[in-house]
Design a protein around this ligand. Structure first.
Ligand SMILES: [Zn+2]
Length: 426
């Protein structure tokens, strides 16, 4: 399978890096223009940016399609049709892996203009930084996708695997049902129906900082527990006060021992809502819902926490036969995930980063984000991109030009390492 000598590989890597270095002005120019093409969600207006991105990728020699979920499944979510995802493939001979470098086209609103030092949609380039909404979440990754593909083409890299590039819609939707037309739809069936392969591994191009390859994700459980009482006149002793019992439950939940993980940090458990009231003062409240948000770490997962919660409820019921809860409503139940830090994907990114002078290590991150669409199918992935997560969704978002250049080089070098003709079987 390996058909290039190590020195030929080194030559290709050098050619890829120097192409991107030589085109840094064009790379910055593209990011600046993408920032000017507002794609704020809501509502998510993609027409201009999706067509621009598709044109850029086509010029890079990729096969490109705009793929929208069907109208009948978009409009009931209160979203406008169409919602075009940009999907591009740099295809090889087909006997190598499919690497997806994906990101999203939408951005959150700019907020208060007066808090910005630069026009949030100006794409201003100043003192080695590109400023604006989306500069590091995540239009930097869109520009990097284009120039990574161009660098591979210019260096004459023969691919045995496929580099799949996706700029998706609706990542900034707050709920899964609003995010669905993006990566989830593509992973479920959009890619397959349009003749694109599912990836074997994924880089989610979000701000992690180039020193952190994030492949270790907390799980989460978001749920509501109804505490059941019995109403009665408040001046009597015949009722069961659901709010009093909910307070006992809250105290018991707060006593649950939380675990921690070397990369992901501590588990968290927060009571986010206590909702209950009698119809009128003077009566005993018959029901009180307790809303809980829990983040869990491996190897424990959400099962352990659910067992702890059920144990706490059983103890309260044993102490007081009047203590009773109803069926839980579970809004989200995702297990924590830890991909192998020695996997070919992580190894290739780390080696590629080292080539451009970045010492990258395996790290944890709060959630899977857009990776969820793929990790739910058992496909390994990491979140990896330039920019600092503490600067996103805030005024004065920017990215360092040098960081953008290195991000682009690392994406291209990783694709070369995993999908190039010389690559060892992975
Ligand atoms: Zn993002």
């Amino acid at each position: 399978m390996a058909s290039l000598t190590p020195s030929a590989h080194r030559r290709q890597a050098a050619a890829v890096m120097s192409y991107i270095e030589q085109h840094r002005t064009d790379l910055v120019g593209l990011l600046s223009e993408l920032i000017q093409l507002r794609s704020v969600f809501p509502p998510g207006e993609y027409d201009a940016i999706a067509h621009r991105m598709a044109d850029e990728l086509r010029e890079s020699g990729a096969r490109v399609e705009l793929i929208t979920a069907p109208r009948a499944e978009i409009e009931p979510r209160g979203l406008a049709y169409p919602r075009p995802n940009v999907v591009a493939a740099v295809e090889g001979s087909g006997d190598g892996p499919v690497l997806l470098v994906g990101t999203h086209m939408d951005v959150v609103a700019a907020g208060e203009r007066s808090e910005w030092t630069h026009d949030p949609f100006g794409g201003v380039v100043e003192n080695g930084r590109v400023w604006g909404r989306g500069a590091c979440d995540a239009k930097n990754a869109m520009a990097a996708q284009v120039f990574a593909a161009r660098a591979l083409m210019d260096a004459g890299v023969h691919m045995r695997g496929t580099l799949l590039l996706i700029a998706s819609v609706d990542d900034e939707g707050r709920f899964d049902r609003l995010k669905w037309p993006g990566m989830t739809y593509l992973a479920e069936r959009g890619l397959r129906e349009h003749g694109f392969p599912l990836p074997d591994m994924v880089i989610n191009g979000e701000a992690s900082g180039l020193a952190s390859i994030c492949g270790s994700f907390k799980g989460r459980l978001i749920m509501e527990i109804p505490v059941i009482g019995e109403t009665a006149h408040a001046a009597t002793t015949y009722g069961i006060n659901a709010i009093h019992n909910a307070v006992k439950l809250v105290v018991a939940l707060q006593r649950i021992q939380l675990k921690s993980h070397p990369l992901q940090g501590d588990e968290t458990l927060n009571i986010c809502a206590i909702r209950g009231a009698a119809d009128r003062y003077g009566d005993i409240p018959p029901v009180c819902d307790v809303g809980v948000e829990i983040r869990v770490v491996p190897p424990y997962g959400t099962d352990r926490i659910l067992r702890e919660i059920n144990g706490a409820i059983a103890r309260l019921a044993a102490e007081d036969p009047a203590f009773q809860t109803g069926e839980f409503t579970i809004f989200s139940n995702r297990q924590p995930i830890e991909f192998d830090p020695a996997s070919p994907l992580v190894t290739a990114i780390r080696a590629s980063a080292a080539l451009v002078g970045v010492n990258a290590s395996f790290a944890g991150i709060l959630g899977t984000g857009e990776l969820q669409a793929f990790v739910a199918r058992g496909i390994p992935g990491v979140t990896y991109g330039g920019g600092f997560i503490g600067r996103v969704h805030k005024p004065n978002e920017y990215i360092e030009v040098d960081e953008l250049v290195r991000q682009t080089q690392i994406y291209a070098l990783t694709a070369l390492a995993l999908c190039g003709e010389h690559a060892e079987g992975v």
